[in-house]
Ligand binder design. Sequence first.
Ligand code: ATP
Ligand code: SF4
Ligand code: MG
Length: 375
Amino acid sequence: MSENLTLPAQQGSTGDSSSATETLLEVKGLTKHFPIYGGFPIKRKVGAVQAVDGVDLTVGVGESVGLVGESGCGKSTTGRLITRLLEPTSGQITYAGQDITRATRRQLAPVRSEIQMIFQDPYSSLNPRQTVGTIIKSPMEVNGIEPQGGREKRVRELLELVGLNPEHYNRFPHEFSGGQRQRIGVARALALSPRLIVADEPVSALDVSIQAQVVNLLQKVQQELGIAFMFIAHDLAIVRHFSQRVAVMYLGKVVEVGDRDSIYNRPRHPYTHALLSAVPEVAVDDETENRERIRLAGDVPSPIHPPSGCRFRTRCWKAQDKCATDEPPLVQISGNREGHLTACHFPEDPSTAAREEDVVLDPALKALEEDQHED
Ligand SMILES: Nc1ncnc2c1ncn2[C@@H]1O[C@H](COP(=O)(O)OP(=O)(O)OP(=O)(O)O)[C@@H](O)[C@H]1O
Ligand code: SF4
Ligand SMILES: [Mg+2]
């Protein structure tokens, strides 16, 4: 298979959410706090990891929504809550008009087949002792689904659809490359004809050349089969090619969400600016060519004790007193298009014109660069 495939061209529309069709998934105030237990001899709850804290999101029928943010900001937890692999602490998940937040296993059964997940690691997510045929067939068996012509025929069709040889039905996962294994994961996710796929970093573990092929495949699946996607990634370049709308997460919260054009060309939240500036290849349009470079200092603060007010304030170059006391709501601020929401008291200008100088938020890095300059 060719390794020179490029990333798919961007879709024609800007993906403006105002043109989005019927809502398939709606998440309101979604929260997951993992309790921390301590003490001796009697263990009791001493705190909680606020992994996801009041997330609001929607995904339209057939729409692809990207969810991006640094490691540990709660992307996977959000994905697992939506697919009900995790129980939410609070909040509401509505799928196709049905509240599934507290649905029992039995109530959830028909919905489960419609919401599928693709995982990051194509090595550990496939059972090494099962053949590819068995792996792809098993969701049909578990759900008692007998497609026309039989399960094996359907599996062979799926293998072909994801670009694998149907004759490899009886092979084992170790006989495939990483990219091919991820294709097997995609075929398994498609086995039940889902309406929504949550893809959690589906290409991060793959070589760059292979990443493009798998993104191409997912885009084909989304467009040709009309499947909605929640595409989780930390790489904004990949999300840009795949998603009509993008939500940016920071420390358990969505800090900015909007159509692709707004997020990439008119971001307002300082954190979105920082994330974009860390991905030079994103700046491909004329208007973003001179994007400022921002290097964020340090790590994301602990989700056990997140900063008061705006959680980004400890790393934000625009922070003022108000940011420590008042949490900024996620709203459509002045200058934003419809559906473009930003949680910030002092947002950036909609223009992305270059700054005079780079913003360097890490004093140690700045000192090092100045030293090198003098040498
Ligand atoms: N089962 C768990 N118990 C306790 N804490 C957890 C659990 N799962 C996740 N967390 C914590 O919740 C936070 C969010 O984790 P999550 O895996 O959702 O982040 P992520 O954005 O997917 O990160 P990455 O990009 O590294 O995959 C992290 O601080 C993580 O340590
Ligand atoms: S609310 Fe304040 S700290 Fe938070 S992103 Fe905006 S300016 Fe920065
Ligand atoms: Mg993750």
